[in-house]
Design a protein. Sequence first.
Length: 333
Amino acid sequence: MKTPLKTIPESLLQILAYASLSPSGHNTQPWKVKILSSDELIIQSDPARWLHETDPANRVTFLSLSAFFETFSQASSSIGFETQFELLANTAKDIDVFHIKLLPSTSLPRYNLGIIKSRGTIRSNYSTRPLEPLHIDLITKLSPDSIIYFPRRSEKGKWIAENLLEAIRQQIFDDKKQTELSYWLRFSRKEAEERGDGLTAETLEIGGFEKFFWHTFFSRKTALSNFFRNRAVNMANEQLNNCSGFVVISSHNNSLPSLFQTGRLYQRFGLKVTELGIAHHAMSQLMEENPWSTQLQHQIKLPAIVQFVIRVGYSTVTHGPSIRRPLSSFVET
Ligand SMILES: Cc1cc2nc3c(=O)[nH]c(=O)nc-3n(C[C@H](O)[C@H](O)[C@H](O)COP(=O)(O)O)c2cc1C
């Protein structure tokens, strides 16, 4: 049997395994890795995993690849390698995205790698308790220019919740976008196991009787029914009414280097809130749906461009990343 990974150093495989735990829109895991030598590689964008309908400019895909880079770099540093890199891409649709060279070093920051394994998007059982001031401080300190917290009960928090629900409803009732989403919904356990990507009942935290329904009666076709779509809108309504508030992460502009910094920051944010025992749930529809995508920055009075709206709060649920593909499916020598 062909085992292409066997020629790759164990340390690099370990770093890649950590990086693969990074978040991505619809859990598409849009990365591919081309190993050039034992210490040199290229991170590529996989067009088969692009979301043409919801993400025509590849904004979400590029942010996800940038989050992957951040995790890669934290894992390398902790394992003893400096990540020297070059941003190869000029547009979010370029295939070759980062060129990376690893240099052994003994004086690098060490991160808590356990947190990478415990970070996961949490969707249920949030309390409405406001975030503690110390926690808000620690979160915004990650990048005071780019991270703002809006309590759910504040005027802007209410605006976000109400408009996000409308944007979600619009996206769910858009046939092309809902059809695209349906390809990433894993109604069959077998398909989820074979593919190792997409959104499972466990990822969406659908339990009990609902989970039985999900596996028994739902399919790609029923995902387009009014019953399924209304159910999803109701679930979003419940989520938006139950949280502490919203964290907004913005970028200076829409250039690729600026998006790169923002994607990295999203992963640093996810790791920080995990450490603090705060749940997070990115909700992208305000940036994806019109007219909100053009109004958002003005409505919440930000000088910069909103790239993430993230529901946050204290939840009784904790879990690590959802399903992932094995290294052999995205690493090639
Ligand atoms: C750029 C980006 C956008 C995302 N947008 C959404 C979203 O709109 N709704 C949602 O439920 N999750 C969203 N997510 C979270 C992903 O669904 C999640 O990261 C993925 O399913 C993997 O699960 P994990 O974070 O638990 O590992 C987004 C993640 C990223 C990186």
